[in-house]
Ligand binder design. Structure first.
Ligand SMILES: [Mg+2]
Length: 361
């Protein structure tokens, strides 16, 4: 079955779901997961699913209401991402398409792509021309961990089969950063890829100083050492240290990514499928990364990102940080440090409707 789809309704459900592991960062903590589930219904009977992760309860209602306002613009329209994007671009032209608007647009885009894949009876990666034949390298993504807990937490990661792990840093003093990484590297050994994330918490001079002090621990990347908008500072940090700089989760659309690349602000890239503009935005980002020869990883949204990484020419690592499995029938499975990308049609999302009802707000 491969057919045109026409949007008949879009349903949104706000839910606050528990996190197995609350995420502590140098720029604030995420204790629960505020989600918006999207069901894009079509006249042909196919329904596309997607979810948005709103980071903070403060963003939950505004994004939800933005989505509600979009529905009337899309009823009766083809569920074709190019067509839908054109309509929504027009709607947001004068107000801008980042932030809450960008999140809403990306959610609709992801739901359209899921519907198209289901209509074609193909997994999303296959619809996009990929295949699922090689293991998808995946890293365990952790928060800030106190020095005395680092050994036990990383041992759990190793016991789960991961061959790569990221922790967050940015303790008040550099000595604690160093202690955590030193003790972490001792547990992991030399063969596990070890990454750290500063979540934009440093100014450039301090970032350079801290990263230089961490250089002996063979870190694969240092993520967001400075403000995500400080492209020039990031380029300065990058040229002053020997460890690779990783950026991308705060690029709002492909134009932000291009700006960062023009500054030479990072060695690696890791767009977030929501902030970069959904599946359509990801495709543009992946093409840019390929043109620049930059290894590309994902951020959050592990279920749909797993499909997208399979069609990313410079694919690097899938991030595993689960924010939605509490409402999913079949959460993404990881075996031996590789994500098992499901072969069923779509992007891999099926709601656990009892759980959705339980966590709905
Ligand atoms: Mg990060």
């Amino acid at each position: 079955m491969n057919q045109e789809l026409t949007i008949s309704a879009i349903n949104f459900t706000a839910a606050v779901v528990p996190l197995d592991r609350p995420v502590h960062t140098a720029s604030g903590s995420v204790e629960v997961s505020p989600l918006i589930l999207i069901d894009l219904l079509t006249e042909e009977g196919v329904t596309g699913h997607a979810y948005l992760f709103c980071y903070t309860p403060l963003a939950h209602k505004p994004v939800f209401e933005t989505l509600l306002n979009l529905e009337p613009l899309l009823i009766g329209q083809k569920a074709d991402p190019v067509n839908v994007r054109k309509i929504l671009d027009g709607a947001f032209r004068l107000v801008g398409d980042q932030g809450f608007a960008g999140m809403a647009v990306a959610g609709i885009d992801m739901a359209c792509w899921d519907a198209l894949a289901r209509a074609a009876e193909l997994p999303l990666n296959r619809l996009l021309g990929g295949n699922n034949s090689s293991p998808l390298a995946t890293y365990d993504s952790l928060g800030m961990i106190a020095p005395d807990n680092i050994e036990s937490v990383l041992q759990e990661t190793l016991d789960a089969g991961f061959k790569a792990v990221k922790i967050k840093l940015g303790f008040p003093d550099v000595a604690t950063d160093i202690e955590v990484v030193r003790r972490g590297r001792a547990v992991l050994g030399d063969d596990v890829d070890f990454m750290v994330d500063y979540n934009q918490s440093l100014r450039a001079p301090e970032a350079i100083s801290r990263i230089q002090k961490l250089s002996e621990f063979d870190l694969l990347w240092i993520e967001e050492p400075v403000l995500a908008t400080a492209h020039e500072d990031s380029a300065t940090v990058r040229s002053s240290v020997n460890t690779a700089i990783q950026l991308g989760e705060n690029w709002w659309g492909p134009a932000d990514m291009k700006l960062s690349l023009d500054y030479g602000a990072s060695d690696f890239v890791m767009p977030d499928v929501m902030k970069i503009g959904g599946v359509s935005g990801w495709k543009k980002a992946a093409a840019m990364a390929e043109a620049e020869g930059l290894p590309m990883s994902s951020h959050l949204f592990c279920e749909i990102s797993a499909h997208l990484m399979l069609v990313t020419p410079t694919r690097h690592y899938l991030e595993y940080l689960d924010v939605a499995s509490a409402v999913l029938q079949s959460p993404l499975q990881i075996e031996d440090g590789a994500a098992i990308v499901p072969d069923r049609p779509g992007s891999g999302l099926e709601w656990d409707l009892d759980a959705v009802k339980h966590y709905q707000v």
